[in-house]
Write a protein that binds this ligand. Structure first.
Ligand SMILES: N[C@H](CCC[C@H](N)C(=O)O)C(=O)O
Length: 269
């Protein structure tokens, strides 16, 4: 059986997209890790699966997996890529709810839902003020996945990210954003992602950075977030939902080699 895939990226955050809408996919954690491997597999920051929706109003069911095989409830950049791949204005069914999308002038908009700010929903290990954490004076929220935002140099991401991802305050681990406030409408961001490490961009992390910076009175509700390869426009709207606008690009399509698929022995360093 041949399995085809699409390789896409949003601001350098890259994805393998497997379309299982017509034919169910069976993916073990080991196979996900092998596919995500940049040397012995295809390589990506997240693997994304599409399948038939199970909810009224949804056009497609989308799931996101990290290279370590763990599943994430949300992925902003991949959501834009899926919308671009399907075309039109598909509504995505995700673990964090139904996400409406639209497209204009080559940019994709995704309504990312409502941020969760209470400690139980993020989740945190114990009760605390989520706008002022006892952890490097950071702030936390969930965009369907847990985010810690620290207001400090983006240069600290590589050195501090690995330990903070595993901090006991975040029982499900955390994505860790390092945010420099450039102006009241502009944030510079680098994200150490849970289960993936340093990435070139993180859409849900950009949403979380704006939400957390607004809560701290550092930026306005509409804010540009610049990462390594470009910017996202984020608005924490008056109805409490977060709108994300940015690019998405197809790189190539391919077919997985049958022998590679059957060879469970391929090393996965
Ligand atoms: N790159 C994604 C986030 C992946 C999050 C994942 N690393 C997790 O929550 O485990 C984004 O654009 O939002």
């Amino acid at each position: 059986m041949s399995v085809s895939f699409t390789k896409m990226h949003g601001l350098g955050n890259d994805f393998i997209i497997l379309d299982g809408r017509d034919r169910p996919l069976s993916l073990s954690t080991a196979l996900i890790s092998r596919l995500c491997n940049r040397r012995t597999g295809v390589g990506c920051d997240q693997l994304v699966t599409l399948s038939a929706p199970t909810q009224d109003g949804a056009d497609v069911l989308v799931r996101f997996f990290n290279p370590d095989g763990s599943e994430s409830g949300a992925c902003g950049n991949a959501s834009r890529c899926v919308a671009a791949l399907l075309g039109g204005n598909p509504t995505l069914q995700t673990q964090s709810g139904l996400l409406p999308t639209s497209q204009e002038d080559g940019l994709i908009s995704v309504l990312m839902g409502t941020p969760r700010l209470d400690w139980q929903s993020i989740p945190l290990a114990h009760e605390c003020d989520t706008a002022h954490l006892p952890l490097h004076d950071g702030a936390a929220c969930s965009m369907g996945n847990p985010h810690l935002t620290l207001f400090r140099s983006i240069e600290d991401a590589a050195s501090m990210g690995p330990e903070l991802e595993l901090d006991p305050l975040f029982p499900d681990r955390g994505n860790v954003g390092f945010a420099e406030i450039l102006s009241p409408t502009h944030i510079l961001l680098r994200v150490w992602e849970r289960g993936a490490g340093l990435t070139l961009a993180c859409g849900s992390g950009a949403c979380a950075a704006v939400v957390n910076a607004v809560r701290r009175g550092l930026v306005e509700r509409t804010c540009r977030v610049t990462m390594e390869c470009g910017s996202l426009a984020i608005t924490w709207q008056d109805d409490d939902s977060v709108l994300m606008i940015g690019p998405a690009q197809t790189v190539f399509t391919g077919t997985l080699d049958k022998d590679w698929l059957e060879d469970g022995q391929t090393p996965t360093p």
